[in-house]
Design a protein around this ligand. Structure first.
Ligand code: MRU
Length: 354
């Protein structure tokens, strides 16, 4: 399996996803500002991977500290604020920095700086390793739900699944969230073919999900984002499953721009639409999706395609990186604890607090 990120001897190593699938470029850094830049530019991306990278970025910042214990609290607070400012939508980033802050809060008074740093390093590794384990559990729960929802269909044929963006090893560390469900479902003989929507403008579906599926030998076809409705109309898709960047109390789920349109199409065609995500992606402090901060990215992401100008430099652009799919369009939210179906306010609170 690809190591999208790793942390060893104070060095953060990542696969720069901007160049995939044409070039596999690994970058090493000990500079936390460079790691923040990697998150901002989507060199590392995908909600769980952003969270794990945020933990390691905090460690890079801490390792660079040269002052005494008295000066550490102000330095640490500023460091966390800088990491938190890198990307706004994926709540996994804030989940990770909060975990690091909790270790600091619990141990700063009693510990030497050295002992504190050792405990924080352990936490950064734990955030990363937990996400790897979560993927396997999510996949198992997802496959159980699919077997239940498609019990009749599966007696006579396999299923065609639509997914959006990239939710695989590159986005999550382990086998992936939505892509992990797809991988296990394929291994268990449930899947005929995967349809990967390209995910304009940065093409995570076309470049990254396709790359992972090709590597695994899973049959797939890539489509433009706007093609999902006609494929559903023609019976070429049985269900859709995507990841999420933030799921709020009522089940409203932010994910890569274009997800909402697939979910509306799925509803219209009577097809189930699932979200697969770890509990670290759930934010029950927000009641509904309208509260989720939606990242707006540079206009040139649209005006240019991989450096080639395709619109005038003055073309006005609206470039939301994410949209919010209402919980009412989602058949189930598959987490490592359980697949939540039905009342999301109850079910999501249960998995977060349980
Ligand atoms: O902008 P990105 O590439 O970080 O967006 C990623 C997505 O929207 C993923 O679908 C989401 O983070 C879930 S990853 C398991």
């Amino acid at each position: 399996m690809i190591d999208a990120i790793s942390f060893k001897n104070g060095t953060f190593r990542y696969l720069d996803q901007r160049y995939l699938p044409l070039k596999e470029l690994y970058v090493e850094t000990q500079n936390y500002l460079e790691a923040i830049e990697a998150i901002k530019t989507l060199a590392v991306r995908g909600a769980p991977l952003i969270g794990a990278s945020a933990g390691y970025t905090v460690m890079l910042g801490i390792n660079a500290y040269q002052g005494d214990k008295a000066g550490f609290p102000a330095y640490f607070a500023n460091l966390v604020a800088e990491v938190n400012a890198s990307r706004p939508t994926a709540v996994n980033l804030f989940f990770a920095t909060k975990k690091m802050e909790a270790v600091y809060d619990a141990n700063f008074e009693a510990d030497s700086l050295e002992a504190l740093v050792a405990k924080m390093t352990d936490m950064a590794y734990k955030i990363h390793n937990d996400e790897i384990d979560n993927c396997d559990k999510i996949a198992r729960h997802g496959v159980e739900l699919l077997k239940q929802d498609f019990a009749d269909v599966l007696k006579s044929r396999k299923l065609n699944v639509l997914t959006h963006c990239n939710t695989g090893t590159l986005a999550c560390c382990g086998i992936g969230t939505a892509l992990g469900v797809i991988r296990l479902a394929y291994q268990e003989g449930l899947i005929e073919r995967v349809i990967t929507a390209e995910s304009r403008p940065l093409l995570q579906g076309l470049r990254l999900t396709a790359w992972e599926l090709e590597h695994d030998g899973i049959p797939f076809a890539s489509i433009s984002d706007s093609s999902s409705a006609i494929l559903m109309q023609r019976g070429m898709i049985d269900f859709a499953v995507t990841g999420a960047d933030r799921i709020v109390a009522n089940g409203d789920s932010a994910n890569k721009i274009g997800t909402y349109a697939h979910a509306i199409s799925a509803k219209y065609h009577g097809l189930p639409f699932y979200i697969a995500a770890p509990v670290s992606t759930i934010d029950i402090t927000m009641a509904e999706g309208s509260e989720i901060p939606i990242e707006e990215r540079d206009a040139d992401e649209l005006r240019k395609i991989f450096g080639t100008q395709v619109a005038t430099p003055t073309t006005p652009v609206v470039n939301y990186a994410f949209d919010v799919t209402p919980g009412t369009l989602i058949r189930g939210i598959i987490t490592e604890k359980e697949a939540v179906v039905g009342n999301y306010n109850e079910g999501l609170a249960r998995v977060v607090n349980g």
